[in-house]
Design a protein around this ligand. Structure first.
Ligand SMILES: Cc1cc2nc3c(=O)[nH]c(=O)nc-3n(C[C@H](O)[C@H](O)[C@H](O)COP(=O)(O)OP(=O)(O)OC[C@H]3O[C@@H](n4cnc5c(N)ncnc54)[C@H](O)[C@@H]3O)c2cc1C
Length: 644
C-alpha cells in the first residue's frame, strides 16, 4: 500500500490520501462514578489493557487520558513480530501486516577510509529477526496501532470508548479495603483539561487501577514507587520526513556513522515515501529535559545533511519531530504492594509500560514492551474479577513483567553504547566509533528478545512441567506458543495453530497425539480426551459453569500425525455441540502437514505425543505427557476456582 505521496496524512490508511481525515476528538461524556477497572492513559499499554477488558461484558472498565483525543503523529513506530502476534489475538493483525513497512534488511555506513569526509556502505545484511515468527518486524505510525485497538474496543460487546480531556490529579487507596475483593478501595480524582470544562473535578471509585500513564506517571508517584537506574540522558533528535535523496539505501534501515558529525539511524516507514531519522545529539545534563534543549527541526536536518555527505537530502516535509531522551530506569515494583509481600496479598494498583520502565528508542522496545505488559495483566485481572481464579494470580504480573523490563534495560544499555559515536554516560573516554560488526553480533544474539519472541517467564505455578520439556523442545515453557500450521481435518484448511489462541481469557489445551490411532479407545489420546470430557476431576468439568459451552473456559484442540482421519470416528468432545442449538464445532482437530510438519518444526515426540497447556496470553504454561491426567488437573487446581 502506498500513501502520503502529497504530504503526510494521519488517520485510517484504508482511506485514500485525498479523503483521509484524522479522527475528530470524541464528544465529552461524564465519567462513571464506579468501575471495576480504571485505566489511566491511552498509549499502547493502556489501550491493550482496555482492549482486553472490553471482551468481558460483566466487567465495567473506564479508560481516561488527559489529551483531547487519540494520538495522531510520531512516537514509536517499530512493531515487533510478537506485537503483531498479539494483534492477531485481537483479530487485527491483517491490517498491521498490510500497512506496515516490513523490515527485511539493515545496512551499515561508515567514513570512507580513502576520503573520511564521505560515508561508504560497509555492509548490507538480512534482518536477524527473519523467520522467528510467521510475522515480520513492521514499521508504522504508533497512532495507527492505537486506532486498531480503539476500533476493536468500540466493536466489542462492551462498546468501550476512551474518555479524553481528563488529567488524573490525585489517587487514594483505602488500605482497609484492599483485601476485600468486592470493595472499591481506589478513589481517583480528575480535572478536565479542555477549555469548556476547565476546573471541573470528577471522582471515580474503582476496584483496580492501572497506571499506564507514561514515563512521568502520576499513578506511580501516588504509589510512592521509586525508579531505579541511570537517569543520564543521551538525547536524539527524531523526525518523520518526506524527502528526496540520492542516498541509495533510503528504503532500508541504516546505521550511518560520520567521521566528525555523529550518527544517524534511518528507518523507512509505511506508505513508501515517509522515513524516520534518529539524529544523534550530545549528552545532556541529568536535570535537563529534552524539551528544554535548544534545537530546531532545521538544526536536525542540517546535522543529518552533514552526516550524509556526499549524499544529499532534500527534505520536502517534516511530518513530526521531537527531541527524545530517556534514562534507563525501572520501577522497584509494578504494583502497590510493598517489595517482598507474600503472593496472597491482593494488589489493587498496577503500573505498566513507560510508567515502570524507560530506555532509549534505539531498540524500538518502548511500545513493544509496554503492550505485552498489559497483555500479561489483562487476562489475569479478568479471570479474578469473574471469580474464575484466585486473586493471588495478580501478583504474578509484577514478577513476570519486571524480569522482562530488567532484561530490556540491560539490552538497551548494551545497544546504546554500540550505536552512539558520542559518550552515552558522563565518561568522555567511551568509544567514539560505531563497530558495525558488534551491532550485527548484538542483533543476532538478541534477535529473539528484540522481536519479543523469546521473552520467557520464570518457572511458577503458571509455568510448570520443565521436566517434560523434551516432549516438545520447540514449545519452550514460559515463552509464547510458537505458531505453526496444521491442516484442519473437517475441511482441509491450513490453519496457524497459534492464531487459535485469541485474547478472550480462555485457556487452551493442545493435544499432540502419539503414534497410536486416536480413534481407538485404548489409545492415550482417546483416554485423555475421555478424561477431559467425562471425569469429575477434569479441569474442564470443574471450572466450566453448568450451562456454559464446554470450551468457554478451557478450549481443547487436537493435532494428530495420522492424515486419514474422519471427525465422526473421533471422540465427541473434539467436535462438541455448542450454543443454543447445540451445533457441532468442527474446527478443533488438525493433522500434521507433509513437508511442513509441526512435529518436526517443534520437536514433538512422535511416539508418545504430548499436551501443551497455553495461557490466555499465548505463553506456554506447561508440557505434559498425554497420560498425565492427574498432573493436568493439578495444574489448574492450584489457582482456579471451582464453578457451581
Ligand atoms: C514525545 C515522545 C516521543 C517518543 N518517541 C519515540 C521514538 O521515537 N521511538 C520509540 O521507540 N519510542 C518513542 N517514544 C516512546 C513510546 O512512544 C513509548 O515507549 C510507548 O508509547 C509507551 O507506551 P505507554 O502506553 O506505556 O505510555 P505512553 O504512550 O506514553 O502513554 C501514556 C498516556 O498517558 C497519558 N497521561 C499521562 N499522564 C496522565 C494523567 N495524569 N492523566 C491522564 N492521562 C495521562 C498521556 O497523555 C499518554 O497518552 C516516545 C514517547 C514520547 C512521549
Amino acid at each position: 500500500m502506498q500513501f502520503h505521496l502529497n504530504g503526510f496524512k494521519p488517520g485510517n490508511y484504508q482511506v485514500p490520501d485525498a479523503a483521509r481525515k484524522p479522527y475528530p476528538n470524541p464528544p465529552i461524556e461524564d465519567l462513571p462514578s464506579e468501575v471495576d477497572v480504571l485505566i489511566i492513559g491511552t498509549g499502547p499499554a493502556g489501550l491493550t489493557m482496555a482492549r482486553q477488558m472490553s471482551e468481558f461484558s460483566d466487567i465495567k472498565t473506564c479508560i481516561v487520558d488527559m489529551e483531547p483525543g487519540p494520538l495522531l503523529f510520531g512516537r514509536a513506530d517499530g512493531i515487533s513480530c510478537r506485537t503483531i502476534e498479539i494483534m492477531e489475538a485481537f483479530n487485527s493483525s491483517e491490517m498491521v501486516v498490510k500497512e506496515t513497512y516490513q523490515l527485511k534488511q539493515n545496512t551499515f555506513w561508515e567514513p570512507d577510509e580513502a576520503n573520511p569526509k564521505n560515508i561508504k556502505r560497509t555492509e548490507k545484511i538480512a534482518d536477524a529477526r527473519a523467520g522467528l515468527s510467521e510475522f515480520s518486524h513492521g514499521i508504522v505510525n504508533q497512532a495507527r496501532l492505537h486506532e486498531l485497538l480503539i476500533d476493536g474496543m468500540a466493536n466489542s460487546i462492551t462498546n468501550l470508548r476512551p474518555h479524553y480531556s481528563r488529567a488524573l490529579v490525585d489517587m487514594d487507596i483505602d488500605d482497609g479495603l484492599t483485601q476485600d475483593l468486592d470493595a472499591y478501595p481506589i478513589t481517583a480524582t480528575f480535572k478536565r483539561t479542555d477549555e469548556a470544562g476547565a476546573d471541573k473535578v470528577e471522582t471515580v471509585k474503582a476496584r483496580f487501577i492501572v497506571g499506564s500513564d507514561g514515563a512521568r506517571s502520576r499513578v506511580r508517584k501516588s504509589l510512592g514507587i521509586s525508579l531505579e537506574g541511570d537517569s543520564a540522558n543521551k538525547a536524539w533528535g527524531v523526525m518523520d520526513i518526506l524527502l528526496n535523496t540520492d542516498f541509495p539505501d533510503i528504503r532500508v534501515k541504516s546505521f550511518i556513522q560520520s567521521k566528525d558529525h555523529g550518527a544517524v539511524m534511518t528507518i523507512p516507514r509505511e506508505g513508501g515515501y515517509l522515513c524516520r531519522f534518529y539524529v544523534e545529539l550530545d549528552l545532556i545534563d541529568k536535570n535537563t529535559r529534552a524539551s528544554d534543549i535548544d534545537v530546531t527541526e532545521q538544526d536536525l536536518i542540517a546535522k543529518a545533511q552533514k552526516i550524509f555527505h556526499p549524499y544529499t537530502l532534500d527534505v520536502k516535509e517534516v511530518a513530526w519531530w521531537s527531541i527524545y531522551s530517556v534514562g534507563q530506569r525501572i520501577a522497584e515494583r509494578f504494583d502497590n504492594r510493598p517489595v517482598g509481600s507474600p503472593d496472597d496479598i491482593i494488589p489493587r494498583a498496577f503500573v505498566a509500560g513507560d510508567a515502570c520502565h524507560t530506555h532509549s528508542p534505539k531498540g524500538g522496545w518502548g511500545l513493544n514492551t509496554s503492550l505485552p505488559d498489559t497483555f500479561n495483566l489483562g487476562w489475569k485481572m479478568a479471570s479474578v474479577l469473574q471469580g474464575r481464579s484466585d486473586p493471588k494470580l495478580l501478583s504474578t504480573y509484577s514478577t513476570e513483567r519486571r524480569k522482562v523490563a530488567q532484561q530490556l534495560i540491560d539490552a538497551d544499555k548494551e545497544l546504546s553504547k554500540l550505536v552512539a559515536t558520542r559518550p552515552t554516560t558522563g565518561d568522555a573516554s567511551e568509544q567514539a566509533k560505531i563497530d558495525t560488526a558488534e551491532i550485527e553480533a548484538f542483533m543476532k544474539r538478541q534477535s529473539g528478545f528484540v522481536s519479543g519472541t523469546s521473552i520467557e517467564y520464570f518457572p511458577s505455578y503458571i509455568c510448570t512441567g520443565q521436566e517434560n520439556q523434551h516432549l516438545a523442545a520447540g514449545y519452550k515453557i514460559g515463552q509464547r506458543f510458537h505458531s505453526a500450521e496444521a491442516t484442519r481435518v473437517a475441511d482441509g484448511r491450513s490453519q496457524h495453530l497459534g492464531h487459535l489462541v485469541k485474547a478472550d481469557g480462555r485457556w487452551r489445551i493442545f493435544l499432540f497425539g502419539g503414534s497410536q490411532d486416536p480413534t481407538q479407545t485404548s489409545s492415550a489420546a482417546y483416554q485423555l480426551i475421555d478424561f477431559l470430557a467425562n471425569s469429575a476431576s477434569s479441569p474442564v468439568n470443574k471450572y466450566t459453569s453448568k450451562g456454559s459451552d464446554i470450551d468457554s473456559v478451557i478450549d481443547t484442540y487436537a493435532v494428530f500425525q495420522q492424515r486419514d482421519l474422519s471427525m465422526h470416528d473421533l471422540h465427541g468432545y473434539l467436535w462438541p455441540g455448542k450454543g443454543k442449538y447445540g451445533l457441532r464445532d468442527y474446527e478443533k482437530v488438525f493433522h500434521a502437514q507433509e513437508g511442513n510438519d509441526v512435529y518436526d518444526l517443534r520437536g514433538i515426540d512422535r511416539s508418545s505425543g504430548c499436551v501443551a497447556i497455553v495461557r490466555p496470553d499465548q505463553h506456554v504454561a506447561s508440557i505434559l505427557p498425554v497420560s498425565a491426567h492427574v498432573e493436568l488437573s493439578r495444574f489448574f487446581d492450584v489457582f482456579m476456582i471451582e464453578q457451581p
